[in-house]
Ligand binder design. Structure first.
Ligand code: BYC
Length: 472
């Protein structure tokens, strides 16, 4: 059934808030605090600008968003769930085949609250991490893309906060309040997951973040879309629609920097991209190494009893669980993981359910590799010999079985001193970050691009590349 959309309500929604006074009041109480948080921690100094944005207004496959100029604080953050599925069932785990839950089963309350809170926490965190980037945007096209990503992360927070208020009573309200109090990178009240406390203070990191970190979002949301807790599954389904654009921003943004690097390398008599004011291939590779490896950590440990319990309970499945698998209980198989033992590598067999984080990470790595292959095909077509690579999944890890061991980017075990000696060759360094911030001067002329990035292939939202996407 397609739910009714109420766009004129104080909180636009298709979840029947008008008939749910308790939850409506709770959310209307949360709303001014959210706006206060947005004012304090959202994009700095652009509150009065008109930004060409799409605003979610429903969940239909076509025409789910309106386009127009919007001032950021006036964006209509709404709550939209995909339509209810008829005869929805728990799709995997011990209870596979039984009816899906429309309210939270008591025995899974703690786990679900934890999953939803962790998912929710990443959304405001990313907005906080990106708040200064407007001041060094390479074009108005990119500036509006940044703001589009930011407002949609805000909407994803609304989606999760709705679930907390609707299904978790006083505990849920407390969690929703805490979400506005933690701060990315603040040692006293950090965000929950590691990567969401790392600085993202120039546009190479922004594009790497939307390429690699938002892609973790895609896979986590896809795993939760399989959930037997139907409201969570339906929230994630719609969030994925918006997420696709964030991934487009990251993948094409990285590609445009790579293409420009190849052009500048050719122009310089010594092939020195930095001498031409661009971003050289080694720096791009270090950004890939840094963001890819920190994002691998976001999947949690390779061997995880939490993941096994989430799967057994029917809370969090595999990527496209229904389409790709026939055995939804996953009780009989094992999974092989290569780990370090002293100075060599060895294989470990793990019961499949305990390897669910690694299985999701496999799908993620494949998707990242697809994008890297695309960039490399572009380089080849330009006649460049340069190629970008993903480092081994063992490199630079802080969660799971590889944490505490040292590996080179190819995944070979190495001594700590060798890692330290090569750190600035392999990972974005402070000197890189200083250089990148120094070349990133804001470009505010419509249709004009910063020197270090190639133009996009076309404009966005029905407009061409020279459109005034942001107006003072
Ligand atoms: N940092 O069994 P383990 C997105 C903790 S991104 C810090 O190995 P588990 C977005 C873990 O909590 C998607 N702590 O892992 C992107 C546990 O703690 P306790 C966000 C970590 O629990 C861009 C311990 O280590 N969504 O949407 O199976 C922009 C052992 O845990 C980390 C989700 O993450 C870490 N990286 O899996 C905007 C989905 N990794 O029990 C948005 C919800 C693990 O010792 N989250 N730990 O206190 C989950 O499903 C799981 O919590 C995780 C971890 C996949 C994150």
């Amino acid at each position: 059934m397609m739910p009714t959309v109420d766009l004129d309500a104080r909180i636009p929604n298709n979840v029947g808030l008008a008939d749910d006074p308790k939850v409506r009041r709770a959310l209307e109480h949360w709303q001014p605090r959210y706006l206060e948080w947005w004012h304090d921690m959202g994009p700095t100094d652009f509150e009065r600008h008109d930004v060409w944005l799409r605003t979610a207004v429903g969940v239909g496959a076509k025409g789910w968003a309106n386009w127009g100029y919007v001032k950021l604080p006036e964006y209509r953050w709404g709550i939209f769930l995909s339509p209810e599925r008829e005869h929805a069932v728990v799709g995997f785990g011990d209870e596979a085949g039984s009816a899906a839950w429309s309210s939270v089963p008591g025995e899974h309350r703690g786990a679900l609250r934890r999953i939803i809170t962790t998912q929710a926490d990443t959304e405001p965190a990313s907005v906080e991490q990106q708040r200064m980037l407007g001041h060094m945007a390479p074009s108005l096209y990119d500036l509006r893309n940044l703001f589009q990503v930011n407002v949609e992360e805000g909407r994803h927070l609304w989606a999760m906060v709705y679930l907390l208020h609707k299904h978790f009573g006083a505990d849920g309200r407390d969690e929703a309040d805490e979400l506005l109090l933690r701060r990315a990178g603040n040692p006293d009240k950090p965000r929950i997951l590691g990567t969401f406390n790392n600085p993202c203070d120039h546009w190479l990191s922004f594009f790497a973040f939307t390429m690699f970190t938002d892609r973790d979002g895609k896979y986590q949301l896809a795993a939760l879309r399989e959930s037997g807790f139907d409201p969570l599954a339906r929230s994630c389904e719609f969030m994925l629609t918006e997420e696709a654009f964030h991934l487009f921003v990251g993948e094409t943004g990285m590609e445009r920097i790579i293409v420009r690097a190849a052009e500048l390398e050719r122009q310089d008599p010594n092939g020195d991209v930095r001498a031409q004011g661009g971003i050289d291939f080694d720096t791009i590779q270090r950004a890939i190494n840094y963001w890819f490896s920190t994002c691998l950590d976001l999947f949690g440990g390779e061997i995880s009893s939490n993941a096994a319990e989430y799967f057994a309970a029917g809370l969090k499945g595999r990527f496209r669980e229904q389409e790709r698998y026939t055995d939804h209980r996953a009780l009989d198989e094992a999974y092989r993981i290569t780990v370090a033992e002293g100075d060599h590598l060895t294989d470990l067999e793990v019961p499949l359910r305990n390897a669910m984080n690694e299985i999701l990470r496999d799908d993620y790595v494949r998707d990242c590799q697809r994008a890297v292959d695309r960039w490399n095909a572009r380089l080849k077509a330009m006649g460049s010999d340069r190629r970008m690579v993903l480092p081994s999944r063992r490199f630079h890890r802080h969660q799971g079985v590889h944490a505490g061991h040292c590996f080179d980017p190819a995944g070979n075990p190495i001594a700590q001193e060798e890692l330290e000696r090569n750190r600035d060759r392999w990972l974005l360094s402070e000197a890189d970050n200083r250089y990148l911030r120094a070349i990133m001067r804001p470009v505010t002329e419509p249709g004009t691009m910063a020197h270090w990035i190639a133009p996009p292939s076309k404009g966005i939202g029905g407009q061409d590349r020279a459109f005034a996407y942001v107006r003072a």
